[in-house]
Design a protein. Structure first.
Length: 104
């Protein structure tokens, strides 16, 4: 699944912040992300605008800025957004979504 995978730098920052609470240094996290084959993609103006446009469509599902940035990148690159959050499957924003955590 990671072959050719991308990660928004917004989502990378989220990963670094979360793992930082476990005292894992940011450079180590970045190295692991790169070694896993993920390509960090900077948030450009077009993707930022698309993410903002998704807000009204995702608000009731509780999606965050990071969630919307991931979905916007998937839309822009015609890719598949991968998440463990089942709320992503409840919104139709024009992105393909793959849930990787089995539900009840």
């Amino acid at each position: 699944m990671l072959d050719g995978a991308l990660i928004s730098t917004v989502n990378l920052a989220e990963v670094m912040a979360r793992l930082g609470t476990l005292d894992i240094p940011a450079p180590d996290i970045l190295q692991d992300v790169l070694e896993a084959g993920l390509e960090p993609i900077p948030l450009d103006v077009e993707t930022a605008m698309l993410s903002a446009a998704l807000r009204p469509l995702t608000r009731t599902a509780g999606l965050s800025l990071g969630d919307r940035c991931c979905l916007a990148l998937a839309i822009k690159r015609h890719g598949v957004a991968v998440s463990t959050d089942r709320a992503w499957a409840r919104v139709d924003v024009g992105a393909k979504v793959r849930l990787i955590r089995p539900g009840p």
